[in-house]
Design a protein around this ligand. Structure first.
Ligand code: IVH
Length: 532
């Protein structure tokens, strides 16, 4: 038995070391295969001898099949936010306020402001014991199981370097590459893609199944530590201490001797952030000395010794090659720009929204022009203006007929958008309505997706959502790439959808102005379709 517990110890140490090398230092020292072999062996031993399973066992990283129901728990120390500034003048005001109050020039630490979801992680005697979301700042969700799947977060810290009990704050992020891969998968399976890595991150850490979280390949940077008797006197040294204890701390934090160094840092990252593999939305400036931090103190919500400098939305210039017109499920026409591919906020942009006819006219946007593209919170970048008009180009004339079915477009009074009125026969409208009907928040027919809907429609099997309910296995089996098993799944899940609530059915119908909330209200007030 002793040899078993010894082997478990060895494996835990070894695996944790390789985890650290790979995820924190980005310097793998063994192959994935060797790593998986060790993990497999450990898993097997732990299953056979659960009495030897350690609290910081790396086997927890893969998640478990126990559903997460998040307890709301109080933070030991409130999770504060930061005051924001958007201009250098405001930042200078901040600095001058501190000068006056402290009667000396403070040293600052400048850090990247990671754009993800903040987290508070507690370590007791070196062992990761609890992870809580920000919530309202005083209480948050206990997401311990999910956060343990993030491999760059140590399950045991070298606590002798810090203190017995401490809590650290950091930001969970999803790198661009992971985000893009996730969205491709989501689109393939008919799920709505996430608008940005931040939304993808907060969605991921609240997932019910921690095994799914493990697949999301999240990362975490730590930037703040709390506890009694933290054995240091400056923020910068505390970051170093975290790093020595095995935590991932940004290599880009900088100790600035004066405010000019702070401005230099900001200027540098305002352009250099484009080359980072994850999103940041600004710079955080913190007073370095704990003693000075204490003098400055706190407001109800923010420390007075720190401030966030937020970047303006990123813009780039590129050439407008052509304009497509997309028809949505409501018949609304959206002009979409095809662009000369350009790097913007970490991704390559080839298409951008032009909104509507008014926006095109307002900026006099013409094919061939050099235009400004901006990425805000939305998934689709937008064109916000013209940098340079092409010589002899002609103003863009908005289309008058539907690009899909040829119907004459209408523009209702007071609406910014043009519409194709042929709602019963225009193919993208029909497909769009059916896609909406089957979506997760509607009838939740998850065995169908965009591609199968198109396939059924193109083969003349469905023209309205109602047609789904008369489909038979025999009808769909002959279709290309349709296996017996998927056919059965599809028919079953259509049948199962008859059990969803009335509110979902109402929402699924895709009536204009009847979104999820209105549908719920109507369902609550009327109870059934007859009453309604
Ligand atoms: S310090 C008392 N440092 O920004 C210390 N926050 O609006 C408060 N954030 O909720 C936080 N990067 O989620 C700090 N390097 C950084 C940060 C950072 C991102 C987030 C954090 C916080 C929000 C403040």
């Amino acid at each position: 038995m002793d040899s078993v517990s010894k082997r478990i110890e060895e494996l835990v140490e070894e695996i944790n070391k390789h985890n650290y090398n790979y995820y924190v230092l980005s310097q793998p020292s063994i192959s994935d295969f060797e790593f998986d072999k060790m993990l497999e062996e450990l898993n097997k031993l732990e299953n056979e001898y659960p009495q030897y399973k350690r609290a910081d066992s790396p086997t927890q990283r893969v998640g478990s099949d126990i559903s997460n129901i998040f307890d709301t728990v109080s933070h030991d120390y409130p999770m504060l936010s930061l005051g924001n500034t958007y201009s250098e003048d405001d930042l200078l005001d901040f600095h001058n306020r501190l000068l006056k109050e402290l009667e000396q020039e403070p040293e600052y630490v400048c850090e990247l402001k990671f754009d993800g979801a903040s987290i508070s992680v507690k370590y007791e005697n070196g062992i990761f014991t609890r992870a809580v979301t920000r919530g309202d700042g005083s209480k948050g969700d206990d997401v311990t199981k999910n956060i343990k799947t993030i491999r760059s977060i140590p399950l045991s810290a070298k606590s002798n370097k810090i203190t017995d009990r401490f809590e650290i704050r950091g930001e969970i992020i999803m790198p661009h590459k992971t985000f893009e891969e996730l969205n491709i998968l989501r689109e393939e399976s008919g799920d709505t893609p996430f608008a940005n890595p931040r939304n993808a991150t907060s969605g991921s850490i609240k997932m019910i199944d921690s095994r799914e979280v493990a697949k999301r390949r999240l990362d975490c940077y730590f930037y703040y530590m709390m506890g009694d008797n933290i054995p240091t006197d400056t923020h910068y040294k505390s970051l170093k201490m975290l790093q020595d204890a095995g935590f991932k701390v940004s290599e880009h934090s900088k100790l600035c001797k004066n405010i000019n160094d702070v401005f230099e840092y900001i200027h540098y990252w305002d352009t250099e952030r484009k080359n980072l593999p994850y999103d940041i939305d600004g710079i955080v400036i913190k007073v370095n000395s704990f003693k000075l931090q204490e003098i400055l103190g706190y407001t109800a919500k923010t420390p007075k010794w720190a401030i966030a400098y937020k970047f303006k939305a990123e813009q780039v210039k590129t050439k407008l090659l052509s304009i497509d017109y997309q028809v949505g499920r409501t018949g609304a026409i959206t002009p979409v720009a095809n662009l000369e591919p350009v790097q913007l906020a970490g991704t390559i942009v080839k298409r951008a929204s032009l909104h509507n006819a008014d926006q095109i006219a307002l900026h006099d946007i013409r094919v061939g022009d050099i235009v400004f593209v901006e990425k805000g919170g939305e998934i689709i970048p937008k064109i916000v203006g013209v940098a340079l008009h092409e010589e002899n180009s002609t103003p863009t004339k908005f289309i008058e007929h539907c690009p899909e079915c040829g119907s004459e477009l209408i523009r209702p009074e007071g609406e910014a958008k043009h519409f194709c009125p042929n709602s019963l026969n225009c193919p993208p409208q029909i497909k769009g309505k059916i896609e909406h009907f089957i979506s997760r928040k509607a009838m939740d027919i998850d065995s169908l997706g965009e591609e199968t809907v198109a396939q059924f429609y193109d083969n003349g099997l469905i023209k309205t959502p109602a047609d789904l309910y008369t489909l038979t296995k025999e009808q769909i089996l002959p279709l290309e790439r349709m296996a017996e098993k998927s056919a059965v799944n599809i028919i079953n899940s259509i049948e199962n959808s008859k059990n969803v609530g009335f509110d979902k059915v109402l929402f699924a119908l895709g009536i204009r102005y009847v979104g999820e909330t209105v549908a719920k209200k109507l369902a609550y007030a009327f109870g059934n379709i007859e009453n309604l």
